[in-house]
Design a protein around this ligand. Structure first.
Ligand code: BDR
Ligand code: CA
Length: 350
């Protein structure tokens, strides 16, 4: 009885203090999603915006799946759809550091959102250049920001080049990109890395805590037609939009011979919401920028050592091995089913 009374008082206090604005809601992890929206990007963004574990500070847009102007419009439409004009949205790099831009409307629809039309955005863009906004927010919230890049890494590389002092101030980077099992853009390279290998190299060599959620795990995190039918049983603006986009993605995947569509970017966001969705192994990973067939490959050392050679008698002779220090937590396993359940539970009826 005493306990019940205490509960009632506590509940009343919470109601009063929320109403008077004195008690803050439990703090979510502060994240910036750097994105090229993008159909699976859109699903990742909706997952993030509907997850209380996350406090999404900004969407920073980069050219990739679509040109940056289209990406910005899509990001603004997504925050508007979710009623989240509090999330800053800024436009960033319109092309990779060195190479020409490659866009992927074939996989994402002409508008990047699976050809599903959304109303004109109610939210307005922040006027900062995305890399500058990243720098500003990292300094504003030292050691609090998790960067979640799910597109080419151009914006992050530009931010690092302009202000390397952000490195120790970032809590961690959890990116969708790369692979330890071959690519999708080419035999060797995953699309986000392939689309700006020089930028990826800067990000991988920065020395900050970096988790790579690559194709080897995202490719197995598949949203099937049965999942789609389940989500279609509930209704809501975000729910219906997600059904439309996922319908496009599942249809395309089935035309290409797949049983469901990979949830690449949502898995990276999922791993920030609940780290137990992935299992990682620490590896030394380098980004190939010159290979004739392997440009954009993330080359991972499973043993974290390499041969040490000395020049002797007119040739190199191996005289031992030298350790290389791991620079990346590489996702090697994931619980794809649980990610799909999390996604459906967060979007259903919204
Ligand atoms: C990655 O490439 C893009 O097409 C997707 O949005 C995802 O970020 C998968 O390789
Ligand atoms: Ca993406």
């Amino acid at each position: 009885m005493k306990g019940l009374w205490r509960c009632a008082v506590l509940a009343m206090c919470l109601v009063i203090s929320f109403a008077s604005g004195t008690t803050a809601a439990p703090e979510g992890r502060k994240v910036i999603i750097d994105t090229d929206p993008g159909a699976d990007d859109a699903m990742a963004i909706l997952l993030a915006l509907n997850s209380p574990e996350l406090d999404v500070k900004a969407l920073t847009v980069v050219a990739g799946n679509v040109v940056v102007e289209q990406g910005l419009e899509n990001a603004l439409k997504l925050v508007s759809l979710a009623g989240r004009c509090d999330v800053l949205v800024a436009s960033g790099a319109s092309h990779p550091l060195v190479q020409q831009l490659v866009t992927a409307e074939f996989f994402h629809g002409a508008n990047g959102l699976g050809n599903v039309e959304l109303p004109a955005p109610a939210c307005r863009a922040d006027t900062s250049f995305a890399p500058d906004l990243i720098i500003k927010l990292v300094h504003q919230y030292p050691n609090k920001i998790t960067l979640v890049p799910v597109g080419p890494l151009t914006n992050l590389a530009l931010a690092l080049r302009k202000d390397p002092s952000i490195v120790p101030l970032v809590k961690e980077v959890v990116l969708m990109g790369g692979a330890i099992s071959g690519g999708n853009a080419t035999a060797a390279a995953e699309a986000n890395i392939y689309n700006d290998p020089e930028a990826a190299r800067v990000v991988f060599e920065a020395g900050w805590p970096l988790t790579m959620v690559g194709l080897n795990v995202t490719g197995k995190t598949v949203f099937t037609r049965a999942d789609l039918n389940r989500l279609a049983r509930t209704q809501g603006r975000e729910n219906d939009f997600a059904v439309g986009v996922l319908n496009f993605m599942v249809d395309l995947a089935s035309k290409l011979g797949g049983n469901g569509t990979p949830m690449h970017d949502p898995l990276a966001v999922g791993a920030v919401i609940d780290r137990s969705l992935i299992t990682t192994q620490d590896m030394w990973v380098e980004v190939e920028t010159r290979g004739e067939f392997t440009r954009g490959e993330t080359v991972a050392s499973r043993h974290n050592s390499s041969d040490r050679k000395v020049w002797r008698d007119g040739r190199y002779v191996i005289d031992g091995v030298e350790k290389v220090n791991p620079n990346v937590h590489v996702a090697v396993e994931s619980d794809g089913k649980r990610l799909i359940e999390l996604f459906i539970s967060r979007i259903a009826g919204k």
